[in-house]
Design a protein. Structure first.
Length: 266
């Protein structure tokens, strides 16, 4: 038998990447989120246009800025300069050691007082209701508090009160948030998992202990989450620390390499 005419043949994943509506889910991982910027750079170089985005924790920050039109070049400049004191401060609260209110101020300074539904690209931000255990997918309302909520790591940051809920890190419920993207119009979904190749070590302090605990719980669930994606990008970040912002330039390049490899091998 001869070959089917091209119009009847099933498109390869590479063809689909260039033709279909691509949804991109950016996962959580604190400072490891620098890798997301490298992923976006690779997408642009390979001609893959993102049609909608979802994000959890640091992935929510990167997704939000990109969805509102911040260029990859400006994202790189921003994350290379960012320090912990720019996004966090001490909190006088029984719920946590730090507040990430400054993170909200950074977002407002860059974008102004915008709402999630005003994004150029459809955007979903995932957080957890710490009072009920529910996953909260934020598609509208104030952007800065949505990102703050998604990035509020339990035991470290205080919860964010929003719409009558006590919200915290979306990694508790969906660290690589692929689930909202189909309903947002994506026919092809890509997940970026920053914690797939983590190496654990003996905790040096309570922050390390809490980070390891959270990481172990999250990674148990991530495998099921990314199984719903058409393609998963997993940079090898085993040698990187969650908190060291001096690593960001290298993390950007790790994300770029992993994305280029994933996109050119399909």
């Amino acid at each position: 038998m001869g070959k089917f005419p091209r119009m009847f043949r099933r498109r390869s994943l590479r063809e689909r990447l260039l033709r279909e509506r691509v949804g991109l889910a950016l996962g959580g991982g604190a400072v490891l989120g620098g890798a997301h910027v490298g992923v976006l750079r690779a997408f642009e170089e390979e001609g893959v246009r993102v049609s909608c985005l979802s994000g959890t924790s640091v992935g929510a920050l990167v997704a939000a800025l990109y969805a509102f039109g911040v260029s990859v070049r400006h994202l790189e400049e921003m994350v290379r300069k960012l320090k912990w004191l720019d996004v966090s401060g001490l909190a006088l609260s029984r719920y946590g050691l730090l507040s990430n209110r400054k993170l909200g101020e950074v977002i407002r300074e860059i974008l102004g007082p915008v709402k999630v539904e005003m994004a150029i690209l459809p955007l979903a931000i995932v957080a957890a209701d710490i009072s009920t255990g529910e996953k909260v997918v934020i598609r509208e309302g104030e952007l800065e508090t949505a990102v703050m909520a998604s990035a509020a790591v339990p035991g470290i940051f205080v919860p964010v009160e929003r719409d009558g809920r006590f919200l915290m890190d979306g990694g508790l419920v969906e660290n690589v948030p692929v689930s909202p993207l189909r309903s947002m119009g994506a026919s092809l979904v890509i997940g970026v998992n920053l914690t797939a190749k983590r190496n654990y070590r003996k905790p040096r302090n309570i922050i390390d202990l809490l980070t390891n605990t959270f990481d172990i719980l999250v990674n148990t669930a991530v495998a099921g989450q990314v199984s719903q994606a058409d393609l998963t990008i997993e940079p090898d970040l085993a040698g990187y620390d969650y908190a060291d912002m001096n690593q960001v330039p290298s993390l950007i390049e790790e994300g770029y390499r992993a994305a280029r490899q994933a996109l050119t091998s399909v």
